[in-house]
Each structure stands twice: as C-alpha cells, then as structure tokens.
Design a protein around this ligand. Structure first.
Ligand SMILES: [Zn+2]
Length: 87
C-alpha cells in the first residue's frame, strides 16, 4: 500500500522563504480577526493585546465564545434602540 499523505507541502518552503501570505478568514469582532495563510493554511488570530498569535485550539475556543458574545450583544443593541434619528 502506498502512503496517501504527503508529510511536507511544497508551499511550506515558499512560506519559509518568502513568509506566509495571510488572508482574513474570519472576523470575530472588530478587534479580533482570524487569518489563514493562502499557502500552508497556517492560522493566526489577534490576542488580547492586539498582537497576532498562532491560532491554537485554545484561542479558537476563546474566539468562538467571543464571537458568539459579540453577535448576541449586537443583536441586543439592535433590538433595543430607543434613540432614533430626530431630524
Ligand atoms: Zn504559510
């Protein structure tokens, strides 16, 4: 039987040489975003200090909660908005 999985992707060499090509993959909140490298699918996220860090399962969990909390709050704000434009 042949091995179907390749251990190393040729794209990783490109990343090592030229750096990752990160694209915005998910907007969790206006301040927290997730980025994925177009080449090797390496993921980054914004941490609590506003710095980019590797998207570990722990950060993924935090972002899920954060995103959920944010969208709920946004909906809540939209639902009760007694101040409308008075012009
Ligand atoms: Zn990469």
């Amino acid at each position: 039987m042949k091995k179907s999985t390749q251990a190393s992707s040729p794209f990783k060499i490109v990343c090592t040489l030229f750096g990752h090509k990160y694209v915005l993959s998910k907007k969790v909140t206006p301040h927290v975003k997730e980025y994925t490298c177009k080449c090797c699918k390496h993921q980054l996220t914004t941490n609590g200090n506003g710095e980019l860090t590797e998207l570990t399962p722990k950060y993924q969990e935090i972002n899920d909660i954060l995103g959920d909390f944010y969208s709920r709050r946004l909906m809540h704000m939209k639902n009760q908005n007694p101040i409308s434009a008075s012009y």
